[in-house]
Design a protein around this ligand. Sequence first.
Ligand SMILES: Nc1ncnc2c1ncn2[C@@H]1O[C@H](COP(=O)(O)OP(=O)(O)OP(=O)(O)O)[C@@H](O)[C@H]1O
Ligand SMILES: [Mg+2]
Length: 236
Amino acid sequence: MNNLIEFHDIRIRLAGKPLLNITKLSVPMHQCTLLTGRNGSGKTTLFKILSGLLKPDHIRVHYQGLQMNWRQAKPYIQRDVIYLHQQAYLFDASVADNIAYGLRRAGEKKAAAQRKVIQALDWADLTHLAHRPAKQLSGGEKQRVALTRARILAPRLLLLDEPTASMDGEAKQQTSLLLQRLKAEGVSIIISSHEAHTVENIADQHLTLDNGDIRPLKQSAAHDKVTVLNPLKNTP
Ligand SMILES: Nc1ncnc2c1ncn2[C@@H]1O[C@H](COP(=O)(O)OP(=O)(O)OP(=O)(O)O)[C@@H](O)[C@H]1O
Ligand SMILES: [Mg+2]
């Protein structure tokens, strides 16, 4: 399996103490990785580094045939990697406007953005909520809006921090369905979760963050079942 991106020698100290010292993290193309680790092990910190939000003390990034340091890699990862926080952050606007926001910021014309939003709402089965104020949605619905907003920006790697925490069974199922669709479209995904069982059916590999480094736990059931229906832009 080809890797989408590889991160080497990720090191960061926080509050004077070493937190991460990861020799190598390979992200396989079109696959879903489950990342577990105890509270405070550094999962969120790692995601912030991988998405270009937090500068580590050291990192080497191998991407699209290039070997880059942090400064060189940052524009690439900020374009292609999206990090979704556990509490989906939505603006005080309608669901449709929330989904359109990233497109408009990226310079998309209003009519084209509108077409994409309509298609995206349909993709996520959110059409019936299009005009509802996003702030009024349930936690599960907000998470689906956030996933849809992320997808519309065509990321290559999606980092999901505890996406199903505090959701009921049905909301978990709906989120899981969208994650399966994203994977089938060719998006690589890393999910951090304390509830390994809820995402195990879509995870191809299971890594754990322990004592600052990453090690594999086991290969999950979904491995080798990947069907790429419509690769987005994953061919380097
Ligand atoms: N900006 C910061 N300054 C100092 N210490 C920090 C900072 N951010 C995080 N930490 C510390 O780094 C450690 C790792 O935090 P992080 O949030 O990455 O862990 P986590 O694995 O995501 O935990 P959880 O499972 O609870 O979400 C914690 O001890 C935290 O207090
Ligand atoms: Mg965390």
